[in-house]
Design a protein around this ligand. Structure first.
Ligand SMILES: C[S@@+](CC[C@H](N)C(=O)[O-])C[C@H]1O[C@@H](n2cnc3c(N)ncnc32)[C@H](O)[C@@H]1O
Length: 463
């Protein structure tokens, strides 16, 4: 290598160079420059140039280096400590360094440069590997000079769907997963656990369909409070259904007011929320203390299985549990993956004054657009949820049941990754349900858009 090969840090700005020159002219060179056994300037290129321009001799220290990497590491450690580099400059230093010494371990390079994470180095390395500017190495050199196998983050995928899912999660995997070969399910779980660890407030937005499913089976007072509103996923659906919604959250996520629900002194008629899971018990107790009619909360089914929660569940006015039959997926804010969630969820409904045993029913979050129950008239004493269904309602609910079954049939076909033959799917299903093909075809027209789209992407739809 020649001297210029060792100049990979960004040059000083003209005014910085002038200041250095003035200082050398007034006080001389404080620290001699370092040159290698071949005379290449390893450290002090600007000092040497300033001395040349001033016409004075620049003191130098000749050092013997056993190898090239020792020189590069020295240049980095001296310069990065001495100079304030911004993020962009640091990235270009990483790039320049990796082009010369690509086998350095990411964490070691990050440590030498300082103020950056090994993920930044890994990202720059990925770009250089992707554009074939450097080779991909299986073994990298750590701080102690020893070569170690690269600990890649790896996910095994058996279908195209899993490949797509893997691509979405792999970047979020924690460092602790490096070196393990994970399947998609475990990878998602690791990402979730890591994000949960990082966010003490448990932000998991509720998918729209989960709130719609609740509103198809339950009705609430006109005015409801969402006291852990996040970015408003539940509040928005409630508002669109005609409710007047008060929204708040302990964190300012750009929606509603900022308020700690657990210390609030406000009161409410009905509360609907998906609370932070780790404070579920406290949220239920608080909500029951400050409401006068109903509380609806979304929890994992495992909420049912804890001894310490027995009191909340058996001694309170818990009236209904609506279990999601379709494994609704809740993912940490910002990261949304397609496919079934691995955890079962349910809406838990408490109603003041109710003293019987809770009942369990099943609901589905994927029936977007199906009929919602009307808003409750707060002045009526018997809620219409307690009355038997009217004749019209039972006709509607039968078609709704059929539509729901048809959706499930279509999702199952889609999950099997088979080529969609919509005629066959609809006629097969009509036979299974024992209904006429013409009724089945009419119901196809009532399917939610996203399910219709799945059918339409197959062969021509049923006539
Ligand atoms: C599981 S997320 C649900 C967000 C929103 N309800 C939704 O369904 O999209 C829980 C939310 O509770 C909020 N939270 C946590 N502790 C809280 C507290 N003591 N008071 C109010 N909000 C809280 C978090 O900031 C987070 O936004």
């Amino acid at each position: 290598m020649t001297t210029s090969d060792y100049q990979f840090l960004p040059p000083l700005l003209p005014e910085e160079f002038e200041a250095l020159k003035t200082s050398i002219a007034e006080r001389g060179v404080d620290v001699p420059i370092i040159v290698d056994q071949d005379g290449n300037v390893i450290d002090g290129y600007h000092r040497e140039r300033a001395c040349d321009e001033l016409g004075i001799y620049c003191p130098r220290e000749i050092r013997h280096f056993d190898n090239e990497t020792d020189k590069l590491e020295l240049i980095l450690s001296l310069n990065c400590r001495r100079r304030q580099l911004n993020r962009k400059q640091k990235r270009s230093v990483i790039e320049a360094y990796l082009l010369r010494d690509p086998q350095i371990a990411d964490n070691f390079l990050a440590e030498i440069i300082g103020g950056i994470s090994k993920n930044t180095v890994a990202a720059v390395r990925g770009e250089l590997e992707g554009t074939c500017q450097i080779d991909k190495f299986d073994v990298l050199r750590g701080r102690d000079g020893k070569q170690r196998p690269v600990q890649y983050k790896k996910i095994v995928a058996n279908t195209q769907k899993e490949v797509d899912a893997a691509k979405k999660v792999i970047g979020d995997l924690p460092d602790s997963s490096a070196g393990k070969l994970l399947n998609v399910v475990t990878a998602r779980r690791e990402v979730e656990t890591e994000k949960r660890r990082q966010d003490p407030y448990d932000f998991y937005p509720t998918p729209r369909g989960a709130t719609e499913a609740l509103l198809r089976v339950e009705q609430f007072s006109k005015e409801v409070w969402e006291p852990a509103c996040g970015e408003g996923a539940i509040s928005d659906v409630l508002k669109q259904a005609g409710y007047a919604v008060d929204s708040s959250d302990i964190v300012n996520r750009g929606y509603g007011q900022v308020e700690n629900f657990l210390t609030t002194e406000r009161r409410a008629t009905d509360i609907i929320t998906n609370p932070p899971y780790r404070q579920g018990d406290e949220f239920v107790r608080k909500a029951l203390n400050i409401t006068t009619r109903r509380v609806a909360m979304l929890f994992q089914l495992s909420f049912l299985t804890s001894e310490k929660r027995r009191a909340i569940l058996s001694e309170s006015c818990l009236k209904k549990i609506y279990v999601f039959e379709d494994r609704v997926s809740l993912y940490k804010g910002g990261s949304e993956y397609r496919g079934n969630g691995q955890l079962g969820y349910a809406w838990f409904i408490w109603e003041h004054g109710y003293s019987g045993e809770p009942t369990i029913s099943w609901i589905n979050s994927r029936l977007a657009g199906a009929m919602l129950r009307p808003i409750e008239d707060t002045l009526t004493t018997n809620s219409s949820a307690d009355r038997g269904p009217s004749q019209d309602e039972s006709v509607d609910s039968h078609s709704n049941d059929l539509i729901r079954e048809l959706c499930i049939h279509i999702w199952d076909a889609d999950d099997m990754d088979a080529l969609m033959d919509s005629n066959r799917i609809v006629s097969e299903w009509a036979q299974l349900e024992g209904i006429s093909l013409s009724l089945a075809e009419r119901l196809v027209k009532e399917l939610p858009d996203e399910v219709r789209r799945l059918l339409d992407n197959g062969l021509p739809p049923a006539a």
